[in-house]
Design a protein around this ligand. Structure first.
Ligand code: NIG
Ligand code: FE
Length: 432
C-alpha cells in the first residue's frame, strides 16, 4: 500500500484583487484535451477572486462579489486572505514529463557536445544515460529522496503543482524499485501531487548489451509486475528510438504494462521516426518528444485523446536547430502538452515558464497556447484532468501567482522566475 499522504490542516484561503485570473475553464462543448483553436481559450477573469476550502476550489469570480458573499463576510477572521495586488494567477503548472531520480549532472557530456559530439555519439561511446546508472545503483534510498525532494520544492517555487516523475537511471530490478520508492517518499512530504512512472525500459544496460531481449524480459516479467503489485507506479514508459528500444520491444513493454493494469506513455520520435499506429491499441496517455512524426500518424492522433507532449528544453540543451513542429500538430487537431523533461542528459531545467518561452520563440506557439499546454493538457496526459489543470469550483486548489500584469509576460521574461507564491492542494508556499 502506498504510504498515506500526511494530513495537513489547510486553512480556508481567499485570493483577491487578481489582475488576470487565467481560469482555463472549458468554453467549448467538447470534453477531452484542448485541441486546435480551443488550446488558446484561457477564460480570463479580471479583478478576480478565488476561494479555496479543504484543499479544493469552491468559488471563482469577481473580487467585488467575493467580498459581498455572506459566508466569506461571516468567516473573514478564519480565512487566510491574500491580496494579489493586480498580479496574474494561473492554474499550477502540470509538468507531465520529468526524470528527477539521478545523482549527478553530466558535465562531461555537456562539454563533449559543445565540442561537436552528438547525443547519439556520446551515448554510443559509453556516456549518456548509461553513465548515470552506477551512482543511482549505489545510492541509498534516502539520498535519492533528498534529491527528489529538492527538485519538487524548486519546481513548486516556479509554479508547478503536479509532477510526473519517472524512474530510469538504475535499470536493475532493485534500483528501479528503489527509485520509485524514493519518488513516493518525497511525494509524501510535498504538498503537491506526484504521478509516478516506471521507465525501466530507458536504455539497455551494458551488462545486457548482447542480449537485449533478456533485459526486456526483466522489465516485463519482474519490474512491471512488482511495481504494479506494490502500487509504485501509475504509468509505464519506454524510450522507443534508435540506440534504445525497437518498436517490437516497446510493444512487449506496453503489453506487460496493460496486463498488469498500468497505463502507458512513451518517448517517441525524439531522434528518429517510429510508426505510431501499432501502439494505439494500448491507448497510450501520451507520446513524448514527437520531433519526428508522419502525416498519417498526425491524422490518427487528431482523432484520439493521446496527448503529444512536447519538450523543447531537450532541443535547446542539445543545441538542435530544429524543434518539434507544434503548429503542424495543433493545426491538425492533435492535443499538445508542454513539459520540462527535467533530466541530467538533455534537459536540466525545472522551469515550466522556460519550456513555455522556448515553445513561443522556437515552435510558433502563442503564449495562450503554451499556458493551456502546460496546465490542462498536461493534466489530460496524466489522466488527472478531472481535478487538475483549470481554476474551477470542485478542482484541487493548485494555483500559481506571478509578479506580472499580463499572462504573456510569463514566457516573455525568459530565464527569470516571476512566480512569487504557489498554492498546492490548498497549502501555500511563498518565496517572500
Ligand atoms: O527525454 N530520451 C530519453 N530520455 C531523456 C534523456 C535521458 C538522459 O539523457 O539522461 C529524454 O531526453
Ligand atoms: Fe524524457
Amino acid at each position: 500500500m502506498p504510504p498515506a499522504k500526511k494530513r495537513r490542516s489547510v486553512s480556508p484561503l481567499l485570493l483577491i484583487n487578481i489582475g488576470q485570473l487565467i481560469t482555463l475553464r472549458s468554453v467549448s462543448a467538447n470534453a477531452g484535451p484542448r485541441r486546435g483553436p480551443a488550446l488558446k481559450e484561457l477564460a480570463i477573469i479580471t479583478d478576480a477572486a478565488v476561494l479555496c476550502l479543504g484543499g479544493k476550489i469552491v468559488s471563482v469570480g469577481p473580487t467585488k462579489d467575493a467580498l459581498r458573499d455572506p459566508w466569506i463576510k461571516k468567516h473573514r477572521k478564519q480565512i487566510v486572505e491574500i491580496d494579489c495586488a493586480r498580479k496574474v494567477v494561473t492554474p499550477g503548472f502540470v509538468d507531465s514529463h520529468t526524470h528527477p531520480v539521478f545523482v549527478s549532472p553530466r558535465l562531461v557530456d555537456f562539454e563533449k557536445r559543445i565540442e561537436g559530439a552528438s547525443y547519439e555519439q556520446i551515448a554510443a561511446a559509453g556516456g549518456g544515460i548509461r553513465s548515470s546508472l552506477e551512482a543511482v545503483r549505489k545510492a541509498t534510498r534516502s539520498a535519492l529522496v533528498t534529491k527528489v525532494d529538492r527538485v519538487l520544492r524548486d519546481m513548486a517555487a516556479h509554479g508547478t503543482t503536479t509532477v510526473e516523475a519517472k524512474s530510469g537511471y538504475g535499470l536493475t530490478l532493485e534500483s528501479e524499485l528503489k527509485s520509485l520508492e524514493a519518488i513516493r517518499e518525497a511525494a509524501v512530504s510535498w504538498p503537491g501531487t506526484v504521478i509516478s512512472t516506471l521507465l525501466g525500459a530507458h536504455v539497455v544496460p551494458k551488462e545486457f548489451q548482447d542480449c537485449s531481449q533478456n533485459y526486456v524480459d526483466t522489465v516485463c516479467l519482474e519490474m512491471i509486475p512488482q511495481a504494479a503489485r506494490r502500487t509504485l507506479a501509475q504509468f509505464v514508459d519506454v524510450f522507443c528510438d534508435k540506440g534504445a528500444f525497437t518498436p517490437e520491444e516497446s510493444e512487449q513493454v506496453f503489453t506487460a504494462a496493460r496486463k498488469n493494469g498500468l497505463d502507458v506513455r512513451a518517448h517517441m520520435g525524439q531522434l528518429s521516426e517510429t510508426a505510431l499506429a501499432p501502439f494505439l491499441r494500448f491507448e497510450p496517455a501520451s507520446f513524448d518528444h514527437m520531433d519526428h512524426v508522419s502525416d498519417d500518424d498526425v491524422a490518427q492522433l487528431a482523432k484520439r485523446d493521446t496527448v503529444a507532449t512536447l519538450v523543447p528544453g531537450a532541443n535547446y540543451f542539445l543545441g538542435l536547430r530544429s524543434y518539434p513542429d507544434a503548429r503542424r500538430l495543433i493545426d491538425a487537431g492533435v492535443p499538445v502538452a508542454l513539459a520540462t523533461d527535467y533530466n541530467p542528459g538533455t534537459s536540466p531545467t525545472i522551469s515550466m515558464p522556460m519550456a513555455m518561452s522556448l515553445a513561443c520563440t522556437h515552435m510558433e506557439m502563442t503564449p495562450a497556447e503554451t499556458l493551456a499546454a502546460g496546465t490542462i493538457n498536461g493534466a489530460w496526459s496524466l489522466r488527472v484532468a478531472d481535478r487538475k489543470g483549470t481554476i474551477e469550483p470542485g478542482k484541487d486548489a493548485d494555483l500559481a501567482v506571478f509578479e506580472v500584469e499580463d499572462y504573456r509576460e510569463i514566457p516573455y521574461w525568459f530565464g527569470a522566475n516571476h512566480c512569487t507564491l504557489t498554492v498546492l492542494n490548498g497549502v501555500i508556499e511563498s518565496r517572500d
